[in-house]
Structure formats: structure tokens, C-alpha cells
Ligand binder design. Structure first.
Ligand code: HEM
Length: 143
């Protein structure tokens, strides 16, 4: 069960990154290129982001890498999964959610596109920063 969830969470990152890029590009076109704002791409990215949050929350309770034992802040990997990964990702997910709901309330396409572009881009940058890429030595793989 743990392994299935871990691999689902790890693999879903790629779909999430693609969905965010697609939402950001289409939002930019609505903002700067007079294209109509279509909520499809930003809604898909929002749904995948929340799915990743759900998987992450379950993992948080069952992963051996998360613990609050004495001195856990001194261990790089335990601190990363117990504190840093969770904090960065929750902020990113909150920003993406705010961006989507702001866009929904905007009357014109350019303003909606701008809201998604700005919030999703900051969210994407935070997510890139919060991912335990293999080269960071945190014991995680590419998939
Ligand atoms: C939404 C953006 C997120 C992305 C892109 C993401 C991505 C990842 C990746 C790539 C891994 C490494 C998996 C591996 O071992 O190969 C990981 C691990 C983990 N993530 Fe996330 N994550 C996100 C959000 C969250 C959230 C919000 C939580 C907690 C609430 C969370 C909890 C965890 C935990 C506990 C692990 C360690 C799993 C283990 O190896 O035991 N993640 N995450």
C-alpha cells in the first residue's frame, strides 16, 4: 500500500508539472494575446494539484521518512519530508487554489488569465523547489 501510494505520488508529479505549464501558457495567451480565457487547463491543473495533496497527506501519516522523534530536525532527510516538503507544497497549493478562484470571479478574459498566470507560476516555482529531485540526495527517484 505504502509503495503504491509512494510511486503514484512520485509519478503524478510529471502530470502535475505538465498540467501547470499548460495552464500557465494558456492563461498567458488570454492575458497578453487577447485569446479567450478557457478554464479547462487551469481546472485540470487544480484537480491534479489537489489529488497530489491528498496522496501526500496519506503518505505523511504512513511514511517512515516522516517522524517527530528527538533530533528529527538535525537529520536532513527527516526534516525535509516532515517539515520542508509539506510547508512549501501547502503554500504552493494554496496559491494555485487562490489563483483559480480569483480568475473565476474576474469579468474579463485578460484579468482572469493574469490571475491564473501569476498565481500558478509562483506555485509552479515553489513546487519545483519543493520536489526531492534525485540530485538533491534526499533518497527519491525520478518516478
Ligand atoms: C503538490 C505538490 C507535490 C509534489 C509535486 C510532490 C512530489 C513528491 C515527490 C516527487 C516525492 C518523492 C517520492 C519518491 O520517493 O520517489 C514526494 C515524497 C513525499 N511527499 Fe510529496 N509532493 C507534493 C506535495 C506533498 C504534500 C502536500 C505532502 C504532505 C501533506 C507530501 C508528502 C510527501 C511525503 C510524506 C513523501 C515521502 C514519501 C516516502 O518516500 O516515504 N507531498 N513528494
Amino acid at each position: 500500500m505504502y509503495n503504491i501510494l509512494k510511486h503514484a505520488h512520485s509519478g503524478l508529479r510529471w502530470i502535475l508539472l505538465l498540467a501547470l505549464v499548460a495552464a500557465i501558457v494558456t492563461a498567458f495567451q488570454a492575458w497578453k494575446r487577447n485569446a479567450s480565457y478557457k478554464k479547462g487547463p487551469s481546472l485540470i491543473a487544480l484537480i491534479v494539484t489537489h489529488l497530489q495533496l491528498l496522496l501526500g497527506l496519506v503518505l505523511y501519516f504512513i511514511s517512515p521518512l516522516v517522524n517527530f522523534n528527538e533530533g528529527f530536525m538535525k537529520d536532513t532527510i527527516t526534516r525535509f519530508y516532515t517539515v520542508e516538503h509539506l510547508t512549501i507544497m501547502i503554500i504552493a497549493i494554496a496559491l494555485i487554489t487562490i489563483g483559480y478562484s480569483r480568475a473565476k470571479r474576474k469579468a474579463d478574459d485578460a484579468a482572469a488569465g493574469k490571475a491564473v498566470f501569476v498565481f500558478y507560476l509562483i506555485g509552479l516555482l515553489l513546487i519545483l523547489l519543493g520536489i526531492p529531485w534525485p540530485f538533491r540526495g534526499l533518497g527519491a527517484g525520478w518516478f
